[in-house]
Design a binder for this molecule. Structure first.
Ligand SMILES: [Fe+2]
Ligand SMILES: [Fe+2]
Length: 157
């Protein structure tokens, strides 16, 4: 079970963002599986964009600083997270292709299921391990300062 992050911390803000993406994914998944119109590709692309925004916050702002602070990169936890990001992005692309080809509901449901479990496992690793490590590595001053540079910080400004 992921630990409960301290309120106002970097891990708490990122965990909330995961929950927002979960909700968006659940809605998207329902549309993708039940709606036969072109709307479902639009929804899926919109979800892919939101997911990408979160991935960029991690990969361009948070991970590089974490790797610098802890001296980890190749073989470290962020390397695994980067690899899983590529898998998630590829799956969304595959799903868009599947919908574009008009494939049947069984194949669509198979792919949405794989994506759900991939994202779920990924988020659990970040929330249970990497985000708390980031809180410790950055501390109470640098953590919020880095958060302010992400899309989350830019939204609140
Ligand atoms: Fe991630
Ligand atoms: Fe994340």
């Amino acid at each position: 079970m992921p630990s409960t992050p301290v309120e106002g911390s970097l891990s708490s803000a990122l965990t909330s963002e995961h929950r927002r993406l979960d909700e968006l994914w659940n809605e998207t998944r329902r549309t993708v599986e039940n709606d036969a119109s072109a709307e479902r590709i639009t929804r899926l692309e919109a979800f892919g964009k939101e997911l990408r925004r979160h991935i960029l916050d991690e990969e361009e702002i948070l991970f590089p600083r974490f790797e610098e602070r802890t001296g980890t990169r190749a073989g470290g936890p962020t390397a695994v997270m980067r690899m899983e990001h590529r898998q998630m992005e590829a799956l969304i692309q595959e799903l868009i292709t599947t919908l574009g080809k008009g494939s049947g509901p069984v194949q669509v449901a198979e792919q949405t299921k794989v994506f759900s479990s991939l994202m779920d496992g990924h988020d659990k690793k970040e929330e249970g391990m990497l985000y708390p490590m980031m809180d410790r590595a950055f501390g109470e001053v640098e953590g919020p300062a880095l958060l302010a540079k992400t899309s989350l910080g830019r939204c609140e400004a």
